[in-house]
Design a protein around this ligand. Structure first.
Ligand SMILES: Nc1nc2c(c(=O)[nH]1)N[C@H]1C(S)=C(S)[C@@H](COP(=O)(O)OP(=O)(O)OC[C@H]3O[C@@H](n4cnc5c(N)ncnc54)[C@H](O)[C@@H]3O)O[C@H]1N2
Ligand code: MOO
Length: 496
């Protein structure tokens, strides 16, 4: 049996074991069902909890699939723009990198030694001076070939001697080969890497570090790249501490460390974080401030502000009120899912999106995967993140009206819900291979269940192709007579 989330364990358990999970009559293809859930499902918050009282607020929570689609549809791709070279790694180039001049743009020495004109012996002259025939001047690797310089004599092939008048004279010797140096020897000619106007990197490539070095070599300071959302974090809660062991009533922050990395994995640019307490004024000021200072903030307006906490409806939960005061439009206001139900997505009049994640750590991550991932994909020119399928290694009872997102581990190719996956926990997710999207009617043992991969985790395994299954050998008929396994085995009990 699946583990009941810590919160609401009673109502969760109350919907199990009812005999309703015999589905012989119902479900079609699980992925189709994700699309087919009724629109505008009634808000399934239970009456009598008091959570809506005093707010006069009533809305219809989106289904899981609707919420993903609404978040994806709310955003348009961010247009291309210039970014400094040190921020261009991994970005898609939108405009060819063209040689602005010949590369190299001057002839230079490939060796330490002497620039010479004509055959030796040579009279040494000052570095850089115009060389007349039979003159030489010292030069280092990369040094500009002086006017009149025809070739480079390597230092190990040169001997500085004196003529009969006691004046310095340069001769070949040491390792010199006959005829050294020929004209042009050890000279890097101008334009040998590229001529002005040559395309060095074509638009469309994903920039790697060598591309950036090439762009720098070519004299670029910025490159035109595909737009990507800049995401700022607003982490709230006066009980949250950022160092050491928290005292009772305090909680160590789980977001500051994981969200920037996950935002990056989902296609956003982490753009700094700000921490505030629980007062409405702090919320309003932080959301109002379009370009706040903060550690790691680039001093640019964010495309998305991700907040944590304050999505509830208690006196300290200010997200909705602040968004309303700023004239924001709610795109998603609650999703019929668990955990992560109170997630909010709003668009402010200045075009910024506010993604309000619940304070409970696992709930926040599930909300981020459900609503944040499609939003960031749409802003970053991506497609709606994929949902695949895994065979369920366990039976999961119905929970009418809501989708359950369950971190799972793969055991012998089947998905088994991870333990320690309550909304306030991180242990289950940390050990998970992916997340099962359990439909309201539950899942049978061995049935395919929709699932998505974690941004840092392994891909969801491709389904076994029945066409490629090994043909039965004639021996199988004997073994088949024995009582074989009666179907998939429930491995969930094996997971610690
Ligand atoms: N009467 C009701 N109470 C609650 C309901 C409900 O429907 N009726 N929903 C519950 C659900 S579900 C969730 S999820 C939370 C949503 O909470 P908020 O988004 O308002 O967040 P907070 O109340 O500020 O915090 C919740 C929880 O998370 C902890 N937290 C907050 N920030 C952090 C952090 N940075 N790192 C770790 N943990 C954090 C906080 O201490 C609380 O324990 O509301 C339920 N209540
Ligand atoms: O449990 Mo809440 O559903 O953690 O979002």
């Amino acid at each position: 049996m699946t583990e009941a989330p810590g919160r609401d364990a009673a109502s969760y358990a109350g919907q199990g074991n009812s005999g309703e999970h015999g589905h012989q009559d119902s479900p079609g293809h699980p992925l189709e069902e994700l699309q087919a859930q009724p629109q505008g499902q009634p808000d399934e918050r239970q009456p009598g909890t008091g959570e809506e009282q005093g707010h006069g607020h009533h809305h219809l929570a989106h289904t899981w699939a609707e919420a993903r689609q609404a978040a994806f549809d709310a955003a348009t791709p961010i247009p291309p723009g210039p970014v400094p070279l040190d921020q261009a790694q991994g970005r898609r180039l939108e405009q060819d990198i063209v040689a602005l001049q010949d590369m190299p743009h001057y002839a230079s020495s490939a060796m330490d030694g002497w620039a010479v004109n004509g055959s030796g012996p040579w009279i040494p002259v000052e570095a850089g001076a115009r060389l007349a025939p039979h003159q030489a001047s010292p030069i280092v690797t990369g040094g500009l070939i002086p006017p009149g310089g025809k070739g480079i004599l390597r230092s190990e092939s040169a001997v500085l001697a004196e003529d009969e008048d006691g004046l310095p004279v340069l001769e070949t010797g040491g390792t010199a080969r006959p005829g050294e140096p020929r004209n042009g020897q050890h000279v890097r000619k101008a334009g040998e890497e590229a001529l002005e106007g040559d395309v060095l990197v074509a638009a469309g490539v994903t920039l790697n570090p060598a591309h950036l070095a090439l762009a720098a070599l070519a004299g670029y300071d910025e490159l035109q790249v595909q737009g990507k959302p800049l995401v700022r974090l607003l982490l709230t809660g006066s009980e949250v501490v950022v160092h050491g062991l928290p005292a009772p009533g305090r909680v160590r922050d789980t977001f500051g460390h994981q969200l920037p990395a996950v935002v990056g994995m989902l296609g956003g640019i982490p753009g700094g974080q700000q921490r505030i307490g629980d007062s409405y004024d702090e919320w309003l000021a932080a959301l109002e401030d379009v370009v706040p200072d903060g550690p790691g903030a680039p001093g640019l307006p964010a495309d998305v502000v991700i907040t944590t906490g304050g999505t509830g409806r208690s006196g300290t939960d200010h997200l909705r009120r602040a968004v309303a005061e700023l004239g924001g439009r709610l795109v998603v206001d609650g999703v019929a899912m668990r955990p992560g139900h109170p997630v909010v997505l709003a668009e402010l009049p200045d075009g910024r999106f506010v993604l309000g994640l619940p304070g409970n750590p696992l709930a926040a991550m599930m909300a981020l995967f459900t609503v944040g991932a499609p939003l960031l994909a749409a802003l970053g020119h991506g497609t709606l993140p994929e949902v695949q399928e895994v065979p369920s290694g366990t039976l999961i009872d119905p929970d009418p009206g809501r989708t359950r997102l369950m971190p799972f581990r793969l055991v012998y190719g089947m998905a088994s819900p991870a333990q320690h996956a309550g909304p306030g926990m991180m242990r289950g997710l940390a050990a998970a291979d992916g997340v099962m999207v359990v439909p309201p009617h539950g899942v049978q043992l061995g049935e395919q269940v929709p699932a998505f991969a974690l941004p840092w985790g392994p891909p969801i395994p491709a389904p076994a192709d029945p066409a490629k299954a090994k043909p039965r050998s004639s021996r199988t008929s004997r073994t088949a007579a024995k009582p074989g396994p009666a179907g998939p085995v429930d491995w969930s009990a094996l997971l610690g």
